[in-house]
Design a protein around this ligand. Structure first.
Ligand code: ADP
Ligand code: MG
Length: 766
């Protein structure tokens, strides 16, 4: 058993140049623990005067500051957990933090670059690498991907469903057995035999999630996602199985309703927007307090599912993701506070070993059969089936010792089994008949025969001598033959295995996988000409299309590289084959020479030595290049999946934009009616939404965040659509201001002033 408190790490998201210095600092102390100090500035956000404590200090296992890269995070946090999972312990890594703080980036990865791969793809890669290395055990891996939204579980991996809404996905329910173990009904476990299959499942799940998300449900900020790798291992022949689960969890945004209240109402207590996070906190509090016997796991689905991860049989790690800028100080502090509580929780992970029930069943079956046999013997029941080879041998042995036993009282114990009795009689009959044959008679009376005992002995010795001679000669022959065979075998060994897999490497059509995603994608139905045109323009101005284009270029480049590398690998393979042939030739020549002068056979051959060293060298570079090519293949596939995902998103965002435009056209209203009416603002002004609660910051959007320009837009219809934020000004140029520079500036000033007013009233938070 391994007793361990939950490990806590912090990761600070890069904030670019907007970051005013001195808001936080990171320190490493002697015991190589880290502390993160958050300093609350006196002039907190727009006129709020801070009269609270000046600074807060929190301890973490390690704090990863802004410049930390994904591989560092994997090495330090995920790799040790993956190792434990491989050894048979349960593991959990969960990311906790407000929306936009980098949970998804840390757990799954960024959508742009290959190097931005997060913990899940890196862990999969690592696990499959380790499995390949360990041939002492048989491993099986399965993947499940669960999304929990609003207390409902959804299976993101069910291949039978075409999701266009979250409700289309199969619902997962919780079952508890009498031992209080949690079982998830309707959550599919998909077997993954290699990294590629596992990655495809990850992307399938992510795509399903993206398609099912609507601006209304905002699933990506409000739901929890649990990606689980199930590993089981068994030594061949052993009845013991080890099973472990590794949960990689992307929690819902942890943002709370501000203490100062919503709609003027004062709240006594800070509450989570997401109720299940509130229950998570209750569980954490209960666990961190001594002498609490009841832990309220059952209050929410998420805490039920993660029950083992929290104070149970699991090695658990939490990553607190922080986006520490001025506006998010409160959220950052509460995330850190939460982490401090989590760090108090002790888990007890045990090695999950169990005996394979199938093997026990086989053993029990045999026992039953033995007992049945015994019973049959006792009751004298007629037996129909034949005696086994083993049973026959047993009977023969009994007869032998019966015959050899000189005691006239001895008996042959066969029980009441007629089959054995019959067999014994047959056996005895054979013996008696053999004894009657003349040859046997001769042998049986050896000593009385005309050939004297001495002579017989001499003859026997001679026979023995000849026998030995023959044996020696045969052995010599065998050795020679083996030498030649060994040499040939060695030549044909390793490159052969590699070549087959290598030739298959790029032959699997990549469309296979994308078709997996494709069925879900696409703008549904035929597009009209106008809509097609609009789609083209939308695509051109879409912020993410730069990424798509970049990745396309990169992909092209990688393909070219892979191609030339593949050619090189082929070249080397040909070289190796050629060398192999030369060595075989050499062997044949030597064998021929050996006929003339046999002594030469064992002498070293310098030419062959040279050929061999040359071949070893080629083999080595072959292996290096091959490994490189394999890595490249994974990167190429990853890029293809990223692009596929980006395309799906583009089409989805277009759909949303299109239907909204259509609606807007229907109820077009005057530009400015009164202060509460809809104000149409060029989306370029809406790109930045300094809204920290519940608002989706456009994912990897390249739109610049410019505080100067940003306009709080709670009342604006446009801002309610996250997709809007991604549309560049070009295509929305139809939405006009007055055209007069001065008037436009006035309108903007008015909007800004109104915004400030709303913020000061504290209405801006919801
Ligand atoms: P969350 O899942 O917590 O809501 P995301 O992971 O979606 O947050 O991050 C929000 C945005 O910030 C994304 O565009 C993401 O790519 C970016 N981001 C987050 N963390 C990092 C980081 N460490 N380095 C670079 N970009 C990051
Ligand atoms: Mg997220």
């Amino acid at each position: 058993m391994v007793k361990q408190t939950i490990q806590i790490y912090a990761r600070v998201k890069p904030l670019g140049r907007r970051q005013p210095p001195g808001i936080y600092s990171v320190e490493e102390d002697e015991a190589s623990a880290f502390s993160l100090e958050i300093i609350v500035p006196r002039d907190l956000a727009d006129g709020f005067v801070n009269n609270k404590r000046e600074s807060y200090k929190f301890k973490f296992q390690k704090v990863f500051d802004q410049e930390s890269k994904q591989d560092e995070i994997f090495e330090a946090i995920a790799k040790p957990v993956a190792e434990c999972a491989l050894a048979g312990y349960n593991g959990t890594i969960f990311a906790y933090g407000q929306t936009g703080s980098g949970k998804t980036f840390t757990i799954t990865g960024g959508a742009e670059r290959y190097s931005d791969r997060g913990i899940i793809p890196r862990t999969l890669s690592y696990i499959f690498q380790q499995l390949q290395k360990d041939s002492s055990k048989v491993y099986t891996t399965h993947i499940s991907y669960l999304e929990i939204y609003n207390e409902c579980g959804y299976d993101l991996l069910d291949p039978r469903h075409e999701a266009s809404k979250l409700e289309d996905l199969p619902k997962v329910t919780i079952m508890e057995d009498p031992d209080q173990n949690i079982h998830l009904k309707h959550l599919s476990l998909q077997q993954a035999t290699n990294e590629e299959e596992a990655l495809n499942l990850l992307f399938l799940g992510d795509t399903n999630r993206m398609i099912a998300e609507t601006p209304m449900n905002q699933a990506s900020t409000r739901s929890h996602c649990i990606f689980t790798i199930h590993i089981s291992s068994k030594e061949p022949g052993s009845a013991t199985i080890r099973r472990s689960k590794l949960h990689l969890v992307d929690l819902a945004g942890s943002e709370r309703v501000a203490k100062t209240g919503v709609g003027g109402q004062l709240l006594t207590e800070a509450k989570y927007i997401n109720l299940s996070l509130h229950y998570l906190e209750q569980v954490i509090i209960a666990l961190s307090e001594k002498n609490r016997s009841h832990i309220p796991y059952r209050n929410s689905m998420m805490t039920s599912v993660l029950r083992d991860s929290l104070g149970g049989n699991c090695m658990t790690t939490m990553i607190a993701t922080l986006s520490i800028d001025k506006r998010n100080i409160d959220e950052s502090i509460s995330t850190c506070r939460f982490a401090q509580r989590v760090a108090l929780i002790k888990n007890e992970a045990i090695l999950n070993e169990e005996i394979d029930p199938r093997l026990i069943i086989a053993r029990l079956k045999k026992e039953v059969q033995d007992l049945r046999n015994e019973l049959a013997m006792v009751t004298g029941e007629q037996r129909q089936e034949e005696l086994t080879e083993e049973e026959l041998q047993q009977v023969d042995e009994q007869i032998k010792s019966f015959l050899e036993d000189m005691d006239p009282e001895s008996t042959l114990e066969l029980g009441a089994d007629m089959r054995k009795i019959k067999h014994s009689f047959n056996h005895l009959k054979r013996l008696v008949n053999n004894a009657k044959l003349p040859n046997n008679h001769l042998l049986a009376s050896d000593t009385n025969n005309s050939i004297g005992y001495e002579e017989l002995k001499k003859l026997k010795d001679l026979l023995q001598q000849r026998d030995n001679e023959i044996n020696i000669l045969v052995n010599m022959l065998k050795k020679e033959k083996k030498k030649v065979q060994d040499a040939l075998l060695q030549l044909s060994a390793s490159p052969k295995e590699i070549t087959t897999s290598e030739s298959e490497m790029f032959s699997v059509p990549l469309e296979n996988r994308s078709s997996l995603l494709h069925r879900n994608t696409g703008v549904r139905g035929e597009m009209s000409l106008g809509r097609k045109e609009a789609f083209e323009i939308f695509k051109r101005d879409y912020a993410d299309s730069i990424t798509i284009e970049d990745n396309k270029q990169l992909l092209k480049q990688r393909f070219a590289e892979a191609k030339s590398l593949g050619e090189k690998v082929n070249e080397i393979r040909n070289k190796i084959n050629h060398l192999k042939e030369e060595i075989t030739q050499r062997h044949m020549q030597k064998a021929a020479q050996a006929v003339v002068s046999p002594r030469q056979m064992n002498e070293p051959d310098p030419i062959e030595e040279t050929l061999r060293t040359q071949m070893e060298r080629e083999k080595k570079s072959y292996k290096t290049m091959f490994t490189h090519l394999k890595g490249m293949k994974i990167e190429i596939e990853h890029l293809q999946l990223l692009m596929e995902k980006a395309k799906v998103k583009l089409q989805k965002d277009f759909e949303i934009w299109w239907s909204e435009e259509a609606r807007n056209l229907q109820d077009e209203k005057p530009l400015l009616q009164n202060s509460t009416s809809v104000v149409k603002i060029p989306p370029s002004l809406l790109e930045a939404q300094p809204h920290s609660y519940g608002t989706r910051v456009p994912n990897n959007s390249r739109a610049s965040f410019n505080e100067e320009q940003s306009v709080k837009s709670s009342g604006s219809r446009l801002s309610n659509s996250p997709s809007k934020a991604r549309i560049s000004p070009v295509q929305s140029s139809s939405i006009s201001f007055t055209g007069d520079h001065q008037t436009d500036a006035d309108i903007l000033a008015f909007i800004r002033a109104r915004q400030n007013l709303i913020q000061k009233k504290g209405l801006g938070n919801k």
